[in-house]
Design a protein around this ligand. Structure first.
Ligand code: 5BU
Length: 479
């Protein structure tokens, strides 16, 4: 009987696209073949009612004893409300807004010190949101020992919460969802197998191997809600620290990609747009007249306008070779570029090789976690492995080239190329997103703009527009 109820709920959730299969980037940056978006439930009263009832029954069956209920904001708020009203249990509301920290009460509602509170959640992956909610409740004097969730993704959240003294009861599990959908012909056996493998590969154990693990204790807020000033303070690498400080001081997250073929042109643009950028990106191997004088002039302009220089070299060879490519030859990149970047494809040796040359000179490196061009292969497992590689050598790797936020660690800086004021493509596979989308929605920190600026009729005016668009997207995350 119970199974029939669960089966029909799972099928309904699939019908209303609360569960989807494909390729999705999770909050942690991990690519997942399955995604739950239970927010849509609010549009289906019968689903809401059934979910609330099943949550209630699961909590009672587990023997949870509590006086108050609290939903993890936002999706579980209406569920907690239904439970509170239907079963005459008082509810409290936890505020989520970062700006309210310290100034307003984090928990609204009437309760007694020592009251036990049941936490209600829609989906648990790592257990992080439930734990945060428990901390807020405990901070005001309530006690938490039980939580109930509609869906446990089975990636270790349960175990982690247990370690924190919280019993998590779930109504459905991901294997159950897969089994029901496969049984009813909604997903193929290969999708089912792929998703099962994903769960096995992405189970969060006692801390190892997850991008969220490196988040320092000092980082109380999500990365995107932290100011550049806060992040500069947290960074240990001097280049990362300096970059965040420049972004804060100049109020800009714009990097200019100076993809011009004459030194004179690059220097002219650097001088003109310099006041509006935090970083200037070069491809020195496209310059027809590269010289040591060019390097000293560019460095002088970087000092004059307070921006850093990033040579977009994309190293991709074995450690021993990249050492020479970085430090020797015509360009001697390590001598002048504050930042360079590398593909993760050769393995960690590429970073070690670069570090041998650049480490002593105080240089920093970004890894290419994702690319902007259509059909590129830097996705899924590759991106995940790249994040891990960055975490393992965070003394030299300060962040990523990416199209979306990859790490929750606020010390990692995320830079995104493929940016224009309007979305679109070029004829060779480049894909453009807007500053608002990149910073405001995708979780990146810096927009990299080339043709959008240097091909404009008035590059300086347009650079200001990009600066304004990028910075207001950042500010919108703080207001
Ligand atoms: P555009 O003119 O704004 O399209 O130039 C984008 C720049 O960023 C250009 O120098 C590229 O080499 C660079 N780039 C990119 O576009 N996409 C990527 O994934 C990476 C670098 Br990595």
């Amino acid at each position: 009987m119970a199974d029939t109820r669960l089966d029909s709920l799972i099928l309904r959730l699939f019908d209303v696209e609360a569960v989807k299969f494909g390729s999705f980037t999770l909050k942690s940056g991990i690519q997942s073949p399955v995604y739950f978006d239970l927010r849509v439930m609010v549009s289906y009263p019968e689903i809401m009612a059934e979910v609330a009832e099943l949550l209630w029954e699961a909590s009672i069956k587990s023997g949870a004893d509590f006086k108050v209920v609290c939903g993890v904001p936002y999706t579980a708020l209406p569920l907690a409300t239904l439970i509170a009203v239907n079963h005459k249990k008082p509810m409290v509301i936890r505020r989520k807004e970062a700006k309210d920290y310290g100034t307003k009460k984090m928990i609204e509602g009437a309760f007694q010190q020592g009251d036990y509170c049941l936490i209600i959640e829609d989906v648990v992956t790592t257990g992080g949101s439930v734990y945060e909610t428990a901390q807020s409740l405990e901070a005001v004097g309530m006690k938490v020992r039980d939580a109930v969730v509609l869906l446990d993704r089975g990636q270790g959240g349960n175990g982690r919460l247990k370690q924190q003294g919280i019993n998590l009861q779930s109504v459905i599990t991901l294997p159950k969802v897969l089994q029901v959908l496969n049984h009813h012909g909604k997903i193929s056996s290969s999708v089912m197998a792929e998703t099962e493998q994903f769960i096995v590969d992405n189970t969060f154990t006692n801390g190892a191997n997850t991008p969220t693990q490196v988040q320092p204790a000092a980082a109380k807020k999500p990365r995107m809600q932290m100011t550049y000033e806060n992040r500069a303070e947290l960074c240990q690498h001097p280049v990362a620290k300096q970059l965040f400080s420049i972004m804060a001081a100049k109020k800009t997250n714009l990097a200019f990609s100076a993809d011009l073929t004459s030194c004179q042109k690059v220097l002219e643009f650097a001088d003109k747009v310099g006041p509006h950028i935090c970083l200037l990106k070069t491809h020195v191997d496209i310059l027809e007249d590269f010289s040591a004088e060019f390097v000293s002039s560019l460095t002088a302009l970087a000092d004059k306008h307070n921006f850093l220089i990033f040579e977009d070299r994309k190293f991709a060879d074995i450690g021993n070779t990249v050492k020479y490519q970085y430090g020797s030859g015509l360009y001697k990149i390590a001598d002048w570029a504050h930042i360079t970047n590398a593909h993760a494809v050769p393995g960690p040796g590429v970073i070690q090789g670069l570090k041998e040359v650049g480490g002593a000179k105080g240089r920093a490196c970004l890894l290419l976690g994702q690319m902007s061009s259509s059909g590129n292969l830097a996705t899924g497992e590759y991106t995940k492995a790249t994040i891990k590689m960055a975490e393992d050598q965070a003394d030299f790797v300060i962040g990523f080239i990416c199209t979306s936020g990859l790490s929750s660690d606020p010390r990692f800086i995320h830079m995104t190329p493929g940016v224009k004021l309007a979305e679109g493509t070029d004829s060779l596979g480049q894909q453009y997103l807007t500053p608002q989308k990149v910073i405001g929605q995708q979780g990146s920190d810096i927009i990299i703009v080339g043709r959008g600026i240097y091909q404009a009729d008035d590059p300086v005016e347009v650079a200001k527009m990009y600066k304004e668009a990028g910075f207001s997207a950042y500010m919108s995350l703080h207001s």
